[in-house]
Design a protein around this ligand. Structure first.
Ligand code: 73E
Length: 824
């Protein structure tokens, strides 16, 4: 029976309906009552009520996409750092206000209920959060899209700080069930692993490869609905959970001996058990390769199934219907997997399959750091994915013979460099090269980064395919990173420029005309002050530290890595402390330095830096001599939901990476959008932020990319800077004393060692003096409230470019060639 399609209007709830629905779900879904329900039950009942709306719109979206047979983008990413979804879904469905009222009538605070939700921390940092912003924008712009990833049972570890040191505890985001995910047993997939390849005669008399898997793993999909702003399109994020398969090939497996079936099950489930906590480093572990293959193979099967439902086995439309974006090299194995499926299972010729394959895939590079560029040993590949290795060899042979040899005849050095296989004592598969060869487009994530990808990382590939390389500057969703996290500023903007800015962030530029307006400045700074006061309470609750909202809130929040240079911030704070001790009247506006950062568990120096920050904090915060002019706060367990509290309260945004190392950064965009002034190097998106806001509204310091290269080429000697700057020398020597670790001298020495004997690979000492000057400038600016307000306003109002909707629109035009699909 045909039912009349509901319009958005038909679906829209009023307060009383929502309230009734929440209470109904409290009773019938949560099995409790208003009298005894816990805050958690209330949160889940609210989510269930919201889900009624979500599911209606999800079904409508899926039916429309199917009926219109739309081309879709499939965003493959090993990480999606979603954070919390309740407030976001309410905002995107225009239900936030009425939900607040409905709960208010029930005697509850919506913001309190939102605090019940654990973060979905299925990512390490910027790369995972970018994927989350992108799927928000795709749904918002009504593009047919599916996010594909891994349903980690444990996301990024929870960080505790004990005696100043980081302790890792397991993350348990779904221990008691998560209301935003739906299990889809009807779409389970089975994935082969290990085994061997046999060559047989095919039906047409030709030779054919058959992969006899050593074992099979079940992939169970969990769907998280992704509600676009305005609630028209609801796409899905599909995350694969691994389970033991009922199927078991005893013939093959018995050859290797008996294995206890329980152990078998545990092994299968290990695959999606935990997120590797390494940001910007290659784990190089067998399980990681299996994780990557597992989610890629499940996703390719899922894409195939959906394509064949509409087109059968006619693959002539495949590349027109399907676009796949590889979020860094982590999903690269999807390329040989699609080749395998097309050639071995669908019987296409190699040439036909390849013509489809490279048109389907595109690759985003996120980093130039050598330690992050993935390489898998050939022997591991051969063991886990024997057929894929053969396919990679064939792709490589064709590439070298048909493209490299004609362009550089007889040049073996270039062949060795461009080959997918790295020769040496341990032969390796270079996933970056495979990505470039197997993709129609390759993009970097900020102008400067894309230039370096082209000129330094892949220059020969760029010479072969000049059209392939492009840039898409990152962005962030203004719904989460302004509308939801900074409601007072959002309201002020609504009044001044109207309510379109969450979709058209460029509209905020009109606010610049009030940058000099006294009364607007006061309103703007009153909001900042209020956000800081709220953060003061959070800091007290989380760390016990008292800070004053009078002070400048100077924030560095990001993963801990030497190239991001938290150590530069640290030594500068120590320098300020020394100045204050030497001269109690040292003239500076009170400053609170706030850090939030997780270190990879095996990254010793990063953990030492966290320890040093905490030890410095203990000493400084309890030193009456400096009269509260300096405070240092390390906020434990930095995560998306904490970022939402820190960012609206930031006066100063620390973006101090060594130029050339931070591909883009996205925290820099979020803080500027919320009215913070950037102190930063000319690196990544900082360059474009300074272009938009005006260099005079940022505190830019340090060596630029060319100067970094030149200094390294000349031969950088950190001792030159150590001996030339007595303050710097004194600060570094402080690390060897027990001033911050009473009775335990040397506990912080590793930091000094890395900066001197270690050669200071990230040029911390070279940039110190310039960084210190930039901080002095910040201090003078802040002491002129009108000047500061003006700069803060201009920063916030000029961040329109960094809307992730703009990034997605760039991807659509430069790479994906997609059409928006009207659902209404
Ligand atoms: O500059 C950031 C960038 O803003 C970059 O470091 C980060 O990606 C962000 C989004 O484009 C990034 N993460 C990783 N590589 N680049 C990475 C590498 C291996 C594992 C996990 C993350």
């Amino acid at each position: 029976m045909a039912t009349k399609k509901k319009t958005d209007q038909d679906l829209q709830l009023d307060k009383d309906q929502l309230k009734a629905s929440i209470v109904r779900h409290l009773r019938s879904t949560l099995g409790t009552s208003e009298q005894k329900a816990s805050p958690e039950a209330w949160w889940k009942a609210t989510a269930a009520a919201v889900n009624e709306q979500v599911y209606e719109r999800l079904t409508r979206t899926q039916q429309t996409h199917f009926k219109k047979d739309t081309r879709a983008i499939h965003y493959l990413s090993a990480e999606f750092l979603m954070g919390r979804l309740t407030s976001n879904n309410l905002h995107n469905l225009s239900l936030y206000k009425i939900c607040e009222e409905a709960l208010g009538e029930l005697g509850l605070e919506l913001t309190d209920l939102c605090e019940q939700e654990p973060d979905m921390a299925l990512g390490n940092g910027g790369l995972g959060r970018l994927a989350a912003c992108f799927i928000d924008s795709l749904a918002t712009l009504n593009y047919p899209a599916v996010g594909y990833g891994i349903h980690y049972e444990h996301g990024l570890f929870r960080q505790e700080i004990q005696d100043g040191r980081q302790i890792e505890r397991p993350d348990t985001w779904r221990e008691y069930g998560n209301p935003w995910e739906i299990c889809r047993p009807e779409s389970v997939q089975e994935i082969p692993l290990y085994g061997y390849v046999e060559t047989v005669f095919g039906d047409n008399g030709g030779l054919k490869k058959v992969w006899h898997a050593g074992r099979k793993i079940k992939g169970v999909p969990w769907d998280i609905p992704v509600v676009g702003f305005g609630g028209h399109t609801v796409n899905i994020l599909r995350l694969w959970e691994s389970r033991a398969s009922e199927f078991f090939d005893w013939d093959v497996f018995n050859a290797g001996g008996y294995v206890d079936s329980q152990a078998e099950k545990a092994q299968a489930e290990t695959i999606s058990k935990v997120l590797y906590p390494n940001d910007e480093t290659d784990a190089g572990k067998e399980l990681r390769l299996i994780q990557q293959y597992f989610f890629c193979a499940c996703s390719i099967k899922d894409i195939m199934r959906r394509y064949k439902r509409a087109h059968g086995s006619d693959f002539s439309n495949f590349a027109a219907q399907i676009a796949i974006q590889l979020n860094d090299t982590h999903p690269t194995v999807a390329i040989p997997e699609l080749m395998r499926v097309l050639v071995d299972e669908e019987d296409l010729t190699w040439e036909a399959a390849w013509a489809i394959c490279y048109r389907v895939f595109s690759y985003t590079n996120h980093t130039l750091l050598p330690e992050a560029l993935e390489k898998w040993s050939v022997s591991l590949f051969e063991k886990v994915l024997p057929r894929h290795l053969e396919i990679i060899y064939e792709i490589n042979a064709q590439f070298l013979n048909k493209l490299v040899e004609p362009k550089w005849p007889g040049d073996d050095a270039i062949k060795a460099k461009l080959s997918i296989i790295e020769e040496g004592a341990v032969r390796k598969v270079r996933m970056g090269n495979l990505c470039v060869i197997g993709s129609s487009k390759v993009n970097g994530v900020a102008e400067i980064h894309s230039k370096l990808v082209k000129e330094d990382l892949f220059p020969e590939f760029a010479a072969l395919w000049p059209e392939k390389m492009c840039n898409v500057t990152n962005g962030v969703t203004p719904r989460r990173w302004l509308l939801a996290c900074n409601p007072e500023l959002a309201e002020l903007y609504n009044e001044v420029v109207g309510k379109e800015w969450p979709l058209q962030l460029d509209k905020l530029r009109a606010v610049t005309q009030f940058a000099d307006d006294k009364s607007f400045q006061q309103q703007f700074m009153r909001i900042k002050r209020h956000n800081k006061e709220k953060l003061v309470k959070v800091i007290k609750a989380e760390t016990g530290i008292d800070v004053s909202a009078e002070a400048i809130f100077d924030i560095q929040i990001k993963r801990l890595h030497e190239y991001k240079r938290q150590q530069l911030n640290l030594i500068h704070i120590m320098a300020l402390y020394r100045r204050l001790l030497a001269n109690p009247d040292y003239d500076m506006h009170p400053r609170v330095f706030i850090f939030g950062s997780k270190a990879a568990p095996g990254y010793k120096l990063a953990k030492d830096i966290i320890y040093a920050i905490n030890k410095l904090a203990e000493r400084v915060n309890n030193d009456a001599r400096i009269q509260g002019k300096l405070k240092v706060v390390f906020m434990p367990n930095y995560r998306v939901s904490l970022a939402e509290k820190l960012i609206p309260a930031a006066d100063v945004s620390e973006q101090i990476s060594t130029a050339g190392y931070e591909a883009s950064g996205t925290g820099n965009m979020k803080m500027a959008l919320n009215g913070a002034i950037t102190i930063g190097t000319l690196d990544g998106a900082n360059i474009e932020i300074a272009e938009e806001a005006g260099a005079e509204n940022c505190a830019i310091f340090g060596l630029n990319v060319d100067e970094v290269k030149a200094l390294k080429a000349r031969g950088y000697n950190p001792y030159d800077f150590y001996y030339a700057n007595s303050e710097l020398k004194a600060v570094l020597d402080w690390f060897d004393t027990d001033y911050f670790t009473p009775g335990r001298p040397g506990e912080l020495s590793s930091i000094k060692r890395s900066l001197l004997e270690g050669g200071d690979p990230y040029l911390t000492l070279a940039d110190f003096a310039s960084y210190s000057d930039a901080h002095k400038l910040i201090d003078t600016w802040y002491r002129d409230p009108a000047l500061w307000a003006k700069k803060a306003i201009i920063n916030s109002a000029t961040m329109g470019k960094f809307n992730s909707d703009r990034s997605i629109q760039d991807y659509v035009e430069r790479i994906w060639n997609l059409k928006a699909c009207d659902i209404g």
